[in-house]
Structures are given as C-alpha cells and as structure tokens.
Design a protein around this ligand. Structure first.
Ligand SMILES: [Zn+2]
Length: 68
C-alpha cells in the first residue's frame, strides 16, 4: 500500500519501487511520466515480475499535458 493519493482524471509524474525480493528490479525506482490517474487509483506493474510496485511519490503535472 502507499500513502500517495491521486485525484481522478489527471496526469502525474510518478515514482514507484519494485518491492518484490525475488525480482531483479528489487529496490529499484522507476519514474512514470506522464502517468494517468484514471479514477484515482494508479497501479504500476513491474514489467518483469508483474507485481504491483509501491508508489513512492506522485507530482501533479503543471501544466497538464495536452491529450487529443
Ligand atoms: Zn519486478
């Protein structure tokens, strides 16, 4: 679980960490930018182990990116 809260429908710069000790990405931090908050719940999966990463921080993008 994470303390980070998202407002729905906005774009963020998100930093997430893989906390799966069996994964080679264990302990590594990944930036996802832009990351869409959907309905206010953001799930970032590790591309290798498919486990949900721990979201460390999320910065609301200002300005929000143009989406066509
Ligand atoms: Zn992983």
């Amino acid at each position: 679980m994470s303390d980070v809260t998202f407002q729905p429908g906005l774009w963020y710069d998100v930093t997430a960490r893989d906390d799966n000790p069996e994964c080679v990405n264990f302990g590594k931090e990944f930036e996802v930018n832009p990351c869409y908050s959907n309905g206010g719940i953001v799930v970032i999966e590790c591309g290798l182990c498919k486990q949900t990463m721990t979201i460390l921080k999320a910065i609301l993008l200002d300005p929000q990116p143009e989406v066509s």
